[in-house]
Design a protein around this ligand. Sequence first.
Ligand code: EAX
Length: 324
Amino acid sequence: MKPKTLAMAGALAAALVVAGAASAQTNMKISISVAQNSHQGVAIDTFAKEVEMRTNGRIKVQPFYSGALGGERESIEAVQLGTQELTFTSTGPVPNFVPEVRILDIPFLFRDKAHARAVLDGPIGQEMLTKFDSKGMKALAWAENGVRHMTNNKRPVNVPDDLKGLKMRTMENPVHIAAYKGFGIVTTPMAFPEVFTALQQGTVDGQENPLSVIMSAKFDQVQKYLALTGHVYSPAVFLMNKAAFDKLSAADKQAFLDAAKVAVKANRARVDEDDAKGVAELRSKGMQVAEVDKAKFVAALAPVNAEFEKQFGKANIDRIRNYK
Ligand code: EAX
């Protein structure tokens, strides 16, 4: 080797060592707004473990729980900006970033969790994941928040009319807000980390969330009545800053996607577990639980639904409704 080539080879080797050292361990953050002991905690803990394992410890994902890095809207903003690499969020505030996703938040859209999971994992859901790309985010996978039910402190809810005039905290989600207004609910959008205190202090009478969230947030301590309205399916999604994802090698990209897949499995299994034991557990903690005739709640939303069909296109809604 000529001296010059030798020097260049030396410089290259040094550069590789430096690059190697720099990439020896990359640290990333992921957040949820609910507690660690929850279906969402299971999701991000599993994801972190899988990423670390699949990248041989080169990439570490540090989980943050209970809104420690902010509520869901703030965490999506942070991911979009890149001040935070990852978040796991319900679709609550997502329509404000990716309007195409709004259609998933329509009440009584899905027959049950199996239907929702099939749609999200199928072509409709997978195509929707790509809509995050142009918003500075890579959506790694759909996950699950669960089927939402109503709680309040004022009165048992047995029929839709019982909802009239209840002041309820809602997510910052335009579709939910429109629908709940259709029930006659006085809607108060609020970030999740503020909800417990708002319920405790009576700023609002009630809220609605899946059993998984009601239990992990200990809403039974501040809410007397639970109505199993199952009025809307609440998807969740793994979001990553697009530039951070694009920077990964092809193998690491695959590792992140696979890690998310494993995490979704664990997440959905925990939701099923929570749904199976939730009513008994919440009853034992003193909540008064009402099974309701869902058909009446569906009927009460007919005018709102007609509005949604105009807004989203009946064919688009039917495509989801009829998906097998
Ligand atoms: O993501 O804001 C909500 O009610 C969500 O369901 C909750 O934070 C879990």
